[in-house]
Design a protein around this ligand. Structure first.
Ligand SMILES: CSC[C@H]1O[C@H](OP(=O)(O)O)[C@H](O)[C@@H]1O
Ligand SMILES: Nc1ncnc2[nH]cnc12
Length: 288
């Protein structure tokens, strides 16, 4: 067991953190299976950090195949308390253009077939999710985006709702219009159940969406395809790395308290003594 407080999850197009020094690979197994890939730990400006490619290096896992439970549990095994997620997203709003960045603070979860809790099998918890991302970590990420040098500045949108679809197919036009009518600003396939599980693991979670397309609702813009989305994402990959470096530095200056860090204080219903020993062992790590 190590004590790495900061975890980074790289999404589509972000399969490594080139600036990570003193690298070490961790092939972890968890009670929830094996993570998407080895977790790679190291140091950024002397600060311990661990990186995981959500879809695996080589992008081998569909959004619905990503082992979200194992990924978050493995982060917890390494000591992670703050998790920053990077994601490609589509825009559901005219004002949010491709290559802009978005910090969602709400989610609508349309996923259908993903294990979405660490609990069950003799352990019951109901964590609060009214604020599904950590406000302190999200505001720190906003600062990091705003500190990009002038020539690399991007337009940042805050307080948006991310609708998470099951995929792997992109949406139909009827769905895209419907999601707009629900008030969602961006669309993706991965932040749920990731954000739910981070909360259950008492890890502060924030997500930076990098806009790649206008999905398929826009009357004039191209309808999304994977190559279109990834080509736009690659234009932003270097900025993402810079934002991560700044966010890590800011985080290590403050280590903010998070609503997530005490999620199970009020959320755990089954007393540990009432769990059988293997369940207690599995759940105990989440309580740390
Ligand atoms: C290749 S575009 C669609 C793909 O990208 C997003 O993944 P991630 O959040 O890991 O960047 C989206 O959710 C889809 O999985
Ligand atoms: N339009 C879109 N729908 C779902 N996931 C996406 N990821 C990037 N663009 C997307």
């Amino acid at each position: 067991m190590t004590d790495i407080k900061i975890g980074i999850l790289g999404g589509s197009g972000l399969y490594d953190m080139p600036d990570l020094e003193d690298r070490q690979e961790h092939q972890l197994s968890t009670p929830y299976g094996v993570p998407s890939d080895s977790l790679v730990s190291g140091r950024i400006q002397g600060i311990p950090v661990v990186f995981l490619a959500r879809h695996g290096r080589g992008h081998r896992l569909l959004p619905g195949e990503v082992p979200y439970q194992a990924n978050i549990y493995a982060m917890k095994q390494l000591g992670v308390r703050y998790l920053i997620s990077f994601s490609a997203v589509g825009s559901l709003s005219e004002e949010i253009a491709p290559l802009d960045m978005v910090l969602p603070d709400q989610y609508i979860d349309m996923t259908r077939q993903r294990p979405n809790s660490f609990f069950g099998a003799g352990a019951v918890a109901h964590v609060a999710l009214s604020q599904p991302v950590c406000p302190a970590l999200t505001s720190l990420l906003a600062d990091a985006v705003q500190q990009l040098p002038g020539e690399e500045a991007v337009k940042l949108h805050q307080h948006k709702t991310y609708i998470c679809i099951e995929g792997p197919q992109f949406s139909t036009q009827a769905e895209s219009h419907w999601y707009r009518s629900l008030g969602a600003g961006i669309i993706g396939m991965t932040n749920m159940p990731e954000a739910r599980l981070a909360r259950e693991a008492q890890i502060a979670y924030a997500s930076l969406g990098m806009v790649t397309d206008y999905d398929c609702w826009h009357p004039k813009e191209p309808h999304v395809s994977a190559d279109y989305a990834i080509s736009n994402l690659l234009k932003n990959a270097q900025r993402a790395e810079k934002i991560a470096l700044t966010a890590i530095r800011l985080l290590a200056q403050t280590w903010p308290e998070s609503i997530a860090h005490r999620a199970l204080a009020s959320g755990l219903v089954t007393p540990l003594e009432a769990m059988d020993s293997s369940t207690r062992e599995r759940i105990s790590l989440l309580l740390k």
